[in-house]
Design a protein around this ligand. Structure first.
Ligand code: PLP
Length: 398
């Protein structure tokens, strides 16, 4: 007989190659359960450590366990406490600002008037409802710091390359957990970022480059020289994992509760963390029936937080989107204004790029009747400089 055992009660955590872990996760998500339980032998040898570790990383509270000679039995994921982590405080009382992050999820999913039309219904996942950077990156900053502390112990000093949001999230983690942060930003990023990061107590270093990925090696070298921790969001699997364990799962729960059967999900790409995890989760769970579109800046265009696929991204290798849409900076700003002037929320430029990409897909005839999800990574307050420049240009040109 298979019994459900609290996951903490069995075995220490094991290091498993990401590729193997992903294969097991894909199989669990694809079958939506486990048909080969973990086997416990008398002398406490554990077989199927990959299943144990995959369930642990997916956030299951229980694991199906059997003794050596007993029969296998299919255990659905829903029975394993898979959604239990996503239970917000209904009256919004939190013991700390850290809880305000992870106990406040899910971030809202809201139907947009600006992008919906007739029988096309568009739902936006609003990542600005995260407390530190008002962005999707709070999840990553929290999880990378948490995983590091669990594995290696305290962080005293942290260096990271960022286009602002991961920096704000990590500076906030530093404020809460008691470490100092030095954040390296490309010259192309808005000046407001320095002010916000300094307000959070971080040191800011500007690099004369246009993309963050152009100086990650330098940051790594500086960190080694100064004995600082470099979590490196571009390579750190905690980035992908946090979106698999929370962002994608939340979206799944929200879609189920609202009866939404999404035909496509549209996400922007920077490190590719959230798009890749959402793709991996839904492609496996829904047997490839949902399409995923990635949004990147058009050649030569700069949109803060996102970049082109060919600049190299780690997780996209395992999770190819169905299409990639190019958007110019002006089109991204027009997307921001479209949402702001119909739905009343000022989202960030990458969100505007996603809104604009959705419109392009409609115009190309790729979108037909049904439900669609757009992921909006952050709020517009950081981008007043770009919005102002756009307004001034429009006045000059008219
Ligand atoms: N949009 C904004 C504003 C961002 O800051 C980022 C990442 O920094 C992204 C989109 C892309 O998210 P990801 O790194 O998960 O691809």
């Amino acid at each position: 007989m298979v019994v459900l055992v609290p996951i903490e009660d069995i075995g220490p955590k094991k290091r498993i190659e990401l590729k193997d872990l992903l294969d097991t996760m894909a199989s669990i998500l694809g079958k939506w359960g486990v048909d080969k339980p973990v086997v416990l032998r008398e002398n406490e040898v554990i077989e199927r450590e990959d299943v144990l570790e995959a369930l642990r990383r997916l956030g299951a509270r229980y694991v199906p366990v059997k003794r050596e000679d007993e029969q296998d039995y299919f255990t659905p994921l829903d029975h394993l406490g898979f959604y239990d982590e996503i239970k917000p405080s209904p009256l919004r009382v939190f013991n700390s600002t850290l809880e305000l992050l992870y106990k406040n999820w899910p971030t809202p999913l809201v139907r947009l008037n600006s992008l919906s039309k007739g029988r096309i219904r568009v739902w936006a996942k609003l990542e600005a409802y995260n407390p530190f950077s008002n962005s999707v990156k709070d999840r990553v900053g929290w999880y990378m710091a948490k995983r590091y502390v669990e594995e290696y112990g305290e962080i005293k000093k942290l260096y990271e390359a960022t286009s602002t949001n991961t920096g704000m999230a990590l500076a906030a983690m530093g404020a809460i957990m008691g470490f100092s942060s030095r954040l390296y930003l490309p010259a192309s990023i808005q000046k407001a970022s320095d002010v916000l990061l300094k307000a959070l107590g971080a040191e800011v270093v500007r690099k004369p480059k246009s993309l963050t990925v152009e100086f990650i090696d330098e940051v790594q070298t500086d960190a080694e020289r100064d004995g600082a921790v470099n979590l490196n969001q571009f390579e750190n699997d905690a980035n992908f994992e946090v979106h698999l364990r929370y962002t994608a799962k939340e979206l799944d729960l929200q879609m189920q509760s609202a009866g939404i059967r999404a035909k496509a999900i549209i996400c922007s790409i920077g490190t590719s963390g959230h798009m890749s995890a959402i793709t991996f989760y839904f492609k496996n769970k829904l047997c490839n029936t949902v399409k995923i579109y990635a949004v990147q800046p058009a050649p030569g265009e700069a949109i803060p937080g996102i970049r082109r696929v060919e600049t190299g991204m780690k997780w996209i290798r395992w999770t190819k989107p169905d299409g990639v849409v190019d958007v110019t900076r002006d089109e991204a700003i027009e997307g921001v204004l479209r949402v702001a002037r119909r739905d009343g929320i000022v989202v960030g430029l990458s969100s505007g790029a996603v809104a604009s990409a959705f419109q392009k897909l409609v115009e190309e005839g790729v979108i037909d009747d049904g439900d669609y999800i757009v992921v909006f990574p952050d709020h517009g307050f950081k981008y007043v400089e770009q919005l102002q420049a756009y307004f001034e240009k429009r006045v000059c040109n008219s």
